[in-house]
Design a protein around this ligand. Structure first.
Ligand SMILES: Nc1ncnc2c1ncn2[C@@H]1O[C@H](COP(=O)(O)OP(=O)(O)OP(=O)(O)O)[C@@H](O)[C@H]1O
Ligand SMILES: [Mg+2]
Length: 325
């Protein structure tokens, strides 16, 4: 008799997060579909990269997972159990298991507190541990992110940029999360610090058997850090699949243009890694046809009418009417 397979660790089913657009006198003038009808799942230990241009909804997706925004629609399941959709009803234990790490994670530290106090605080909120128990955990995690014991008595402004990122990560890790959303973990860091932060994330992934989503503008970063990639455009996932497949054999014209714009050794210098001609349509109430149609080099008349669904073949999904298996 075969064992029933365990549910994915994280499952999003038709998840949306919309924001009201305010017009004159604060009246609602429309809806901004920041995240629209996103479904995906993650197995334990897996790393999924989320890429897409500025404004495509990456951070909103991450924040909805982390409970910072309430979903407008859809379901989030953790190990098969739906998480209450309203943030206020998300139990503390669930909040600890699924954490969103802000872009500048060091900035999330309280400037008035020593690092030790900042690291004890989440444990004070989420556990009933004794001070000794908390202190042991804080030291263990500080060590895991490469901070020395002396750093624990410093204030955030006394830490270097790289140390602040380590401290921000430590603040998340003390709670023992199962899933972490890293939002642009390397942005604003110089090249050598970027490499250190990525090595650190690889290390803690192994050490704590983390499952993570990593949001980045930089295809090279997510390419080297993730098993699978999801490409977002105007709040939707337009392509998802194994990293090697998505980068090596992109199926969506948008992914193709992202991959083509990657700087190549000896090639022309590209400053904006996701630069491409044309502007995306504004993601407000836009619901007829494909969102990419205004920039698509292969679009047809049908693309102005039909909103393409994500079609998955051999674990590689694409939302494009023109893609044929
Ligand atoms: N709290 C909010 N209220 C209203 N609109 C919002 C809010 N947060 C984000 N948006 C809008 O949702 C859309 C998606 O924003 P989001 O920050 O998710 O994009 P992003 O892909 O993370 O972009 P970037 O790469 O620049 O960080 C944008 O049009 C943004 O203006
Ligand atoms: Mg963002």
């Amino acid at each position: 008799m075969s064992e029933p397979s365990s549910p994915p660790l994280l499952e999003l089913e038709r998840l949306s997060c919309h924001f009201p657009i305010r017009g004159l006198l604060g009246r609602r003038a429309g809806t901004l579909r920041a995240v629209d009808d996103v479904s995906l799942s993650l197995r334990e230990g897996e790393a999924l990269g989320i890429v897409g241009e500025s404004g495509s909804g990456k951070s909103t997706l991450g924040k909805t997972l982390g409970g910072i925004h309430d979903p407008t629609d859809g379901v989030i399941r953790l190990a098969g159990e739906p998480i209450a959709t309203q943030r206020s009803r998300r139990p503390l234990s669930v909040r600890a298991r699924l954490q969103y790490v802000y872009q500048d994670s060091g900035a999330s530290l309280d400037q008035r507190w020593t690092l030790r106090r900042s690291l004890h605080e989440p444990l004070v909120i989420h556990t009933d541990w004794s001070r000794e128990h908390r202190e042991a955990k804080v030291r263990e995690i500080a060590g895991a992110v490469g901070l020395a014991e002396e750093h624990l008595d410093l204030y955030p402004h006394e830490l270097s940029g790289g140390q602040q990122r380590r401290a921000g990560l430590a603040r998340i890790l003390v709670l023992g999360p199962q899933i972490v959303v890293f939002d642009e973990p390397t942005s604003g860091l110089d090249f050598s610090v970027q490499a250190t932060v990525l090595a650190l994330i690889r290390g803690i992934r192994r050490m704590f058997n983390l499952t993570y989503l990593m949001i980045s503008h930089d295809l090279n970063v997510v390419g080297s850090m993730c098993d699978r990639l999801a490409v977002m455009y105007l709040g939707r996932i337009v392509e998802i699949g194994p990293t090697r497949e998505v980068l090596g054999r992109p199926r969506h014209p948008y992914t193709r243009s992202l991959v083509d714009s990657l700087p190549r050794i000896g090639g022309p210098r590209v400053t904006d890694r996701l630069g491409m001609p044309g502007e995306p349509v504004f993601p407000a109430d836009m619901h007829q046809g494909c969102g990419y149609r205004t920039r698509c080099p292969i679009g047809t008349l049908a693309c102005t009418r039909i909103d393409p669904r994500l079609v998955i073949k051999e674990a590689h999904g694409v939302a494009c009417l023109e893609w044929r298996p």
